[in-house]
Ligand binder design. Structure first.
Ligand code: PLP
Length: 456
């Protein structure tokens, strides 16, 4: 590869001069210089300085099968030789999206049988927003177009996806959000429960915020509720068990569609194909991306439930929506083989029956008592570690987020890639992690906490 002719310093200089990065303070980046990740294998990434780093984030919550599956490279090359591109507009298709849509429908909950492809989770959420509003127009209820979302939700970074999300810093930069999207509290028990409030009561209170918003807007004006089964980028916020059944009841009562965003939780991360199955949620749309190809190709799939699909097909006429790369044949070939690999290698069963609990329990046993750790929670291979200044009062370091940032920097220095979200440390490893990887990770997280203690 030609990059090998360049030194780290040369690449960093060119990067700073020409490359604008996502979600980055570019001045800071210019001072620090990018870490240049050059290759990866299994559970590890390698940088241009020769560091071998255990990737506890699976890239960006996406490399579910781990790195280095040559089969996917072979399948992509074969498909590129056979047919690198053709579109799925104007009554055309290519074979691989057909096979992949059929495969996704077979894995998804029973009522989910239609798939719309895009290239990213953000695009898929744009599609979902347009589709549910279009649904109510076709049903003769155009006034039903408000979407209820939650604070702290992350649904992507296009204008529509940012508007759907509940990240206040992103909203501040969005000069003109998509109208008629309302946000309510998220079910974050550790951070938002009142003194003495049980998890169950808190879950019901958080769900009631959705009901209150529906009543305030008038149910005749509300199209849908959107939520990640477990908020990911918002800090791996796992709702109490009482939350989703109550949301389901509320959506049914007021005839509000239920949109799930499983861009992170889909394809194995919670120990089932979808969190909708782990958490018994019946949705009208499920947004997926990331783990669909394990990040080997950009691809998203909006899975559409029978109710919405029936109306779209029977009453729809043309739905004026689509992307050049919808149903991209190479991405779909990779997606299909990726799902076959997950299935063949029993990766989901391994997380559900063995490694998921082992990861959570090992962290709780080995670092639960650490003075910087307020709570460790997890489901499958999604983990949050709350970083606190004082365990009892749950107070945080000043300025906000500095505690977790210090742990994150020490984690990377100890060769484990983790992410800091506000005051929370996140892990979302590849599903292939074994007990050995987990033991190694726990040791490194402990070293990171100890290192951070020295400066905090
Ligand atoms: N939805 C969720 C829950 C996500 O976590 C993300 C990305 O992290 C997105 C949507 C957006 O996906 P993308 O970055 O592929 O546009």
């Amino acid at each position: 590869m030609t990059f090998q002719n360049y030194s780290t310093e040369q690449l960093q200089k060119m990067d700073a001069k020409h490359h604008l990065h996502p979600f980055t303070d570019h001045k800071e980046l210019r001072d620090a210089g990018s870490r240049i990740v050059t290759h990866a294998k299994g559970a590890f990434i390698y940088d241009s300085e020769g560091n071998e780093i255990l990737d506890a984030m699976a890239g960006l919550w996406c490399v579910n099968i781990g790195y280095g599956f040559d089969e996917l490279a072979d399948v992509a090359a074969e498909q590129m030789r056979e047919l690198p591109y053709y579109n799925s507009f104007f009554k055309c298709t290519t074979p691989t999206p057909v096979l992949l849509a059929e495969k996704i429908a077979s894995l998804a909950p029973d009522n989910m049988n239609q798939v719309f492809f895009g290239s990213s989770g953000s695009e898929a959420n744009d599609t979902a927003l347009r589709l549910v509003r279009h649904f109510w127009v076709l049903e003769g209820k155009p006034e039903k177009n408000i979407i209820i979302s939650r604070d702290n939700a992350y649904h992507g970074s296009t204008v529509a996806a940012t508007s759907l999300g509940g990240m206040s810093a992103m909203h501040e930069q969005l000069n003109g959000a998509v109208p008629n999207i309302k946000h309510v509290m998220c079910p974050y028990y550790y951070g938002l429960a009142q003194e003495g409030e049980s998890e169950e009561a808190f879950g019901l209170r958080a769900a009631k915020a959705v009901e209150d918003a529906i009543l305030e807007a008038g149910p005749e004006n509300v199209a849908a509720f959107i939520g990640e089964p477990i908020q990911g980028a918002g800090g791996v916020k796992i709702p109490p068990a009482s939350y989703w059944p109550e949301i389901q009841r509320i959506c049914e009562k007021y005839d509000v569609l239920l949109m799930l965003d499983e861009v992170i939780t889909g394809y194995g991360r919670t120990g089932d194909w979808f969190a909708a199955q782990s958490m018994n949620i019946k949705a009208d749309t499920i947004t997926t991306a990331k783990g669909l190809t394990s990040g080997y190709m950009p691809l998203s799939a909006l899975i559409v439930g029978d109710r919405v699909a029936k109306t779209l097909v029977e009453k729809g006429g043309e739905f004026y929506h689509g992307y050049t790369y919808s149903a991209h044949p190479v991405a779909c070939a990779v997606g299909l083989r990726n799902l076959e690999i997950i299935e063949r290698e029993g990766m989901i069963e391994q997380v559900r029956d063995e490694t998921g609990d082992y990861l959570l329990k090992s962290l709780q046993d080995k670092i639960g008592d650490h003075p910087l750790v307020g709570e460790i929670r997890g489901k499958g291979f999604l983990i949050a570690i709350e970083i606190v200044k004082d365990k009892k009062s749950k107070s945080r370091h000043e300025p906000s987020g500095s505690g977790a940032s210090a742990v994150r920097d020490n984690a990377i220095a100890n060769n484990i890639m983790m992410r800091a979200v506000g005051d929370t440390m996140i892990m979302s490893p590849p599903l292939i992690w074994t007990r050995e990887h987990i033991d190694m990770a726990v040791e490194r997280v402990k070293a990171a906490l100890d290192g951070a203690m020295k400066t905090l």
